[in-house]
Design a protein around this ligand. Structure first.
Ligand SMILES: [Zn+2]
Length: 443
């Protein structure tokens, strides 16, 4: 892509890229696109030494499954023991499949059996422990390894935390983050396992004030417990047990996203953070080979807005991002002011009856939303703008022709899959996306 200044002006439409037909592994792609695009617009975690994080043992991790709940219903695949952690009192042991109901009452937790029998009020946290070794806790049709802790928050609601060892946690992350890949693509699963493990270790205690380490959503890494475990992913996780990516002796900020579109992004160009030597822009291909992520259905894409629908979207999203006053919004024009070295839009100027607004980096995606139900964010900032002229300006069509999905920083998941298909080993894949790193076994 060129890096010249691009004006939002009237000229005939030109199609820059042909949209490739896509055909393979639809289910896998669905997962990578839905979950793997994980935007993580946060400052990188403070880099800490490896020993201060693991002490050579598999660490336990606390995952925030649900917050702000007004009731929690759970059961066990086998027997469950409930303990009030504040007093040490055993509240009861339930038979397999029998529900417990937990309700917050003014800072306390009211516990009821499946027959509605009140067991009393407890201060909590309430520990929910499977009695049998292989027993799991079931919440909202999903099963979890390890134990559950239910905490009463200051706001009079409940927080549900899953506590388990890091290796079991990764088993519930990898298949949803990169998909249920086959044996022939196991190297991509290994690379994803190491990236997810490194991310978790670096971000331990990130949400400590809320009572857990990481969210189970795209805010951190998507984790769905035992229910999504996958035998090939399990094999990849076992083969890379304890392995993390390090740079200069410290675990790296292992960002990853779905599809880079041909070139990854340097971290400081997308977010207002310091540059990191291992998170700089790279071309996602080797030699004359075609792009590693070109089989992704969003390697190239196009979005079209009618003038009015773009006005409606911008009016709302600019207001939500506190960049606009309320009142009738009328779009005057848009202009790409600056591009990053990878060709991504770094600054976009929007002109309206309220004046000029400059959007920067990843923020552009959340303002320039797509004209489909739910108005999801634009897939990436790697795009060009064109206009298809109508009979009058209000009938013009605005077209974004773009590439990739996600922030484009670090590992490109569809590229990792492409590399594994071409026979690259996991360490080669990781060192392609994270430059000059080493792989280290922390436990
Ligand atoms: Zn890529």
């Amino acid at each position: 892509m060129d890096v010249t200044l691009e004006k939002f002006r009237r000229h005939p439409i030109t199609i820059i890229w042909c949209l490739r037909p896509f055909f393979w592994l639809l289910v896998l792609i669905f997962f990578v696109i839905i979950y793997g695009c994980a935007g993580r617009p946060v400052a990188p975690g403070a880099s800490r030494s490896i020993d201060s994080i693991t002490s050579g043992q598999v660490p336990l991790i606390r995952i925030g499954l649900y917050v702000s709940q007004t009731s929690v219903k759970l059961s066990g695949t086998e027997r469950l023991k409930l303990v009030d952690k504040s007093s040490g009192e055993v509240i009861g042991i339930s038979a397999p499949g029998k529900d417990w109901n937990l309700l917050p009452i003014g800072g306390w937790i009211n516990i009821l059996t499946s027959d509605g029998l009140a067991q009393g009020l407890y201060l909590g946290p309430i520990e929910v422990i499977p009695v049998e070794k292989e027993g799991r806790v079931k919440i909202l049709k999903k099963e979890y390894r390890g134990k559950i802790e239910v905490i009463s928050s200051d706001k009079g609601t409940l927080t549900v935390v899953n506590i388990l060892d890091l290796e079991n946690y990764i088993r519930g992350v990898v298949p949803v983050e990169i998909g249920r890949l086959q044996e022939s693509q196991i190297e991509a699963l290994k690379a994803q396992a190491i990236a997810a493990r490194t991310y978790a270790l670096v971000n331990m205690r990130r949400h400590q004030k809320l009572g857990f380490d990481l969210y189970s959503t795209v805010f951190d890494q998507v984790y769905q417990g035992y229910s999504v475990e996958w035998k090939v992913a399990d094999k990849a996780i076992k083969a890379t047990r304890g392995m993390i990516a390090i740079y200069d002796g410290r675990p790296i900020d292992a960002f990853y996203s779905s599809t880079c579109g041909g070139e990854t992004e340097s971290i400081e160009e997308a977010w207002a953070v310091k540059p990191l030597p291992y998170l700089r822009s790279i071309k996602d291909r080797r030699g004359r080979n075609s792009g590693f992520c070109r089989e992704s259905p969003v390697y190239r894409w196009q979005v079209e807005w009618e003038w009015k629908s773009l006005e409606d979207i911008l009016s709302l999203s600019l207001k939500n991002s506190k960049k606009n006053k309320s009142g009738e919004f009328s779009l005057v024009g848009m202009e790409v002011v600056k591009r990053s070295s990878s060709g991504r839009v770094k600054e976009l100027e929007i002109r309206s009856n309220f004046g000029k607004v400059i959007l920067r980096g990843d923020e552009i995606r959340s303002v320039l939303r797509r004209p489909v139900p739910g108005n999801p964010p634009l897939r990436s900032t790697l795009f060009k703008l064109k206009i298809k002229q109508g009979p009058s300006r209000k009938q013009d069509i605005i077209i974004a022709t773009g590439a990739g999905y996600g922030h484009g920083i670090g590992l490109c998941q569809m590229g990792a899959i492409g590399m594994s298909t071409k026979g690259y080993q996991y360490d080669k894949i990781l060192k392609h996306y994270y430059r000059d790193i080493d792989i280290y076994r922390a436990y």
